[in-house]
Design a protein around this ligand. Structure first.
Ligand SMILES: [Ca+2]
Length: 352
């Protein structure tokens, strides 16, 4: 950094016509300054790269060392996507999961026949603003003049709230919220994809690690080596947003949304599969769908008024952060803690 701050020394006028031998020290000094400047730029770029790629956490949320992720940047929305190869997995709650809901049973085998790419993070405010600007899209909250905020344990209709005016401070790297399923589906179409099916979402959240209650593992502890693992309803939210109930004694530092990469990724390199913003899925919701699901590339029931929401958010307790936890909302519903990520269909390299 000191190299960049060093001013270039102006040469005295009489030296401008100096012969070659006497200009050598000046040349040498200039080269040193230039070298220091280049070194500073390289160090700054490296630090920026490390920060952008989650270097704050050299380990995943489940404690393993973070592996290199074959990230693809979608030119349409400028967001990072991660490939998930074709695979089968056990969908639904574990028999030992005391918080399992009836709609998470039975745990059953699901086959995903084709690989897909899924957003590495939730769709950011920056990406959504690009979409809104490019398409002149007006969200349902903007069109109707209100959204919903979580207050005193319930959703409350609030005029003037929208994705651009959530009622709390967001940076461009926070997840967009106050978007309906219809808004989210429109964004994903613009980005060249669609919302993830519920099965795609869950296989991505589990990240190849079978038999886990939470995306990070079995333990209900939201801390690993003293570091918070997810943006949940915490002491910060209680203090700054009067949120209740909260996970007592847990402080993740964020009363509302956090930057999308503020917490460690899962084993696939995906951020925010638990907490921060809840996420819309493609499927219609049916409480009994798992009993009827055919198990191969499920896309949800044909009928149903609501759409599935997954992953929990900054207003969630531990039960909603579980990998199998299911929620559902009307497709026109929007609130201050629900966002989404998109899927781009395959084939992936090596697949047909
Ligand atoms: Ca929080």
């Amino acid at each position: 950094m000191t190299g960049m701050a060093m001013p270039a020394v102006p040469a005295p006028p009489q030296q401008r016509t100096n012969t070659q031998p006497s200009s050598r020290p000046r040349t040498s000094r200039a080269l040193t300054i230039m070298s220091l400047a280049i070194l500073s730029i390289v160090i700054a770029a490296a630090l920026s790269l490390v920060t952008r790629h989650g270097g704050r956490y050299p380990w995943t949320a489940s404690g393993e060392p973070e592996k290199p992720v074959p990230v693809w940047t979608n030119p349409a929305d400028a967001l990072e996507y991660v490939p998930v190869t074709a695979r089968s997995f056990q969908m639904g709650c574990l028999p030992t999961d005391a918080q399992c809901g009836a709609d998470e049973r039975p745990r059953h085998k699901v086959v995903i026949q084709r690989g897909f790419r899924i957003g590495r993070t939730e769709v950011t405010v920056l990406a959504f603003s690009r979409f809104a600007l490019a398409t002149r899209y007006v969200t349902e909250a903007d069109r109707e003049g209100f959204s919903h905020v979580f207050h005193a344990g319930a959703l409350e209709r609030k005029p003037g709230v929208s994705w651009g005016k959530p009622g709390f401070t967001q940076t461009p790297e926070h997840p967009v919220v106050n978007v309906s399923w219809n808004d989210a589906a429109a964004f994903c179409k613009w980005a060249g994809g669609r919302l993830p099916t519920e099965a795609e979402w869950e296989v991505a959240a589990r990240a190849g690690q079978e038999g886990r209650v939470f995306p990070w593992g079995q333990a209900e502890a939201l801390l690993l080596d003293g570091q918070p693992l997810a943006n949940a309803a915490d002491e910060s939210a209680k203090k700054k947003a009067s949120l209740a109930p909260i996970v007592g004694g847990y402080d993740d530092g964020f009363a509302y949304t956090s930057p999308v990469k503020a917490f460690p990724p899962n084993a696939f390199g995906l951020y925010g599969m638990a907490g921060n913003a809840a996420e819309w899925c493609l499927d219609r919701y049916s409480a009994g769908f798992y009993r009827a699901s055919e198990g191969t590339d499920p896309v949800g029931p044909a009928d149903g008024a609501d759409r599935v929401v997954r992953g929990g958010s900054f207003v969630s307790l531990l039960g909603s952060l579980r990998a199998s936890s299911r929620f559902h909302l009307r497709p026109s519903m929007r609130n201050d803690h629900t966002g989404f990520r998109c899927v781009i269909e395959g084939p992936l390299p090596g697949e047909r």
